[in-house]
Design a protein around this ligand. Structure first.
Ligand SMILES: Cc1cc2nc3c(=O)[nH]c(=O)nc-3n(C[C@H](O)[C@H](O)[C@H](O)COP(=O)(O)OP(=O)(O)OC[C@H]3O[C@@H](n4cnc5c(N)ncnc54)[C@H](O)[C@@H]3O)c2cc1C
Length: 404
């Protein structure tokens, strides 16, 4: 989503643009997510600060986090920085910057959805953040109302008959209530939305070639990369490699504090499909109605990018979802596994590579890259073209890490 959106924004400004991917567009993380365009996500996902919550994670209780012990020594320094950035004083400016960018997610997607003729994939009815425990719902209600008021968002609280009406098929008595975030949109096939954006890019005169970013070289005044049709040269290159950005930027001599949070999904047949996505908050599972069935997506798994799949969270997600709804069989034999590309300060990396002229970065969008692709694609295109940026780019600059 991030690479294709950047290519679109550059092409729209009249640049000659070649999109290079080792697969086709929209086959990796942007294929497997929960498909939500999260206008309400003005506060990026922080780590809990209270020790009881951390102990719960360490002891493997709850289903929102799972970890591979052998991956932890390499990960701990970055997770410690993430935890420090989650402290109120450090977190406030992060959330302030994040909210400025995400404020544009709907309008920037809207322009491409219209031009790509992709309206049939998009529902504009928000999503539900559900709670099983009344006290937790009460706390969430107060917090959601405060966030909504501060950021001009629209929110409703659903309980009793209103909740049953929003979630037909929900077994009675299991959910205490749900926060209905009304602004966000949801997409019934996230990979297909990226494919439609990529098709639009080609119609606008952009080009696509298969190739490997590991062959990127600085040549004379510009950059070259090997593609299936031979070597291609350009004045500028943008790295938008999602979870693979760490390896590519290390090869160029950078040590950016990137890491990943893996996640799984699987589709299930459902006779009475959900109208809206539902987060079963206390079980750490998102239930997203998709073309292929109900897509259950899991929380964070801390593991190496290429470690074998350990879908224990998905197995638990299936059990807990079967408590709430009548679910049919799993659609695919094996679950999908992907990785959220994260940074230690919860903000994406958007801007000029600090030590290479003509090289640009756009990655690290963590939990909201599907949401933020068009908004950050526009920001980077404006920076490359020397236009006045529509959002302050300083908080997202790669230099914030390089200087450190
Ligand atoms: C379970 C789960 C649920 C999520 N739910 C949501 C959600 O509801 N809403 C939301 O906004 N976000 C969500 N996210 C996060 C979101 O999916 C990611 O932030 C986003 O997809 C990242 O997009 P990207 O374009 O940076 O990376 P990707 O989509 O992974 O794209 C990277 C591209 O780089 C290519 N590539 C990699 N290496 C090379 C190479 N060497 N050479 C050439 N090409 C290469 C890949 O083929 C791929 O096309 C979720 C993530 C997960 C895992």
């Amino acid at each position: 989503m991030v690479g294709v959106s950047t290519a679109l924004a550059l092409r729209q400004r009249g640049h000659r643009v070649l999109l290079v991917d080792r697969k086709s567009p929209g086959r990796e993380t942007s294929y497997g997510n929960a498909g939500m365009i999260q206008r309400e996500a003005v506060m990026p996902y922080a780590f809990p600060r209270d020790w009881r919550a951390l102990w719960r994670v360490a002891l493997g209780q709850g289903n929102d986090v799972h970890y591979h012990l052998r991956a932890m020594p390499a990960l701990l320094p970055r997770l410690a920085r993430y935890w420090m950035n989650s402290a109120p004083k450090a977190y406030a400016p992060v959330a302030q910057a994040y909210s400025q960018l995400i404020a544009h997610c709907l309008s920037e997607h809207e322009a491409w959805i219209g031009a790509a003729d992709a309206g049939d994939l998009v529902q504009r009815q928000g999503w539900l953040q559900g709670y099983r425990t009344p006290a937790l719902f009460d706390a969430a209600r107060a917090q959601a109302q405060a966030v909504a008021q501060a950021h001009g968002l629209s929110v409703d609280m659903l309980e009793g008959p209103a909740l049953s009406a929003a979630l037909p098929g929900l077994r009675g008595g299991l959910l205490a209530g749900a926060v209905h975030w009304k602004d966000p949109w949801s997409v019934s096939d996230p990979g297909e939305l990226v494919e439609r954006y990529a098709a639009l890019f080609l119609r606008m005169g952009g080009q696509f070639k298969q190739g490997d970013a590991s062959t990127l070289r600085q040549d004379g005044n510009g950059w070259s990369v090997q593609t299936a049709d031979g070597r291609v040269e350009a004045q500028h290159a943008v790295l938008a490699l999602g979870p693979w950005a760490d390896a590519a930027t290390r090869a160029l001599g950078y040590r950016l504090p990137l890491f990943i949070k893996r996640g799984y999904h699987r589709h299930y047949a459902m006779d009475r499909p959900l109208r809206l996505p539902l987060l079963d908050t206390e079980q750490g599972v998102m239930l997203a109605p998709m073309k292929r069935g109900l897509r259950l997506t899991t929380g964070a798994e801390f593991a190496a990018l290429d470690a074998p799949a350990t879908p224990v969270q998905l197995a638990q997600a299936e059990r807990s979802t079967r408590q709430l709804f009548e679910l049919g069989a799993g659609v695919e034999p094996q679950p999908w596994l992907g990785a959220r590309p994260c940074t230690v300060d919860m903000k994406p990396v958007i801007g000029a590579a600090p030590r290479h002229a003509g090289l640009w970065f756009n990655f690290g969008h963590a939990h909201q890259g599907f949401t933020l692709g068009p908004a950050s694609g526009r920001l980077l295109a404006e920076l490359i073209g020397g236009e006045a940026p529509y959002v302050d780019p300083a908080p997202f600059s790669p230099r914030r890490f390089d200087a450190a």
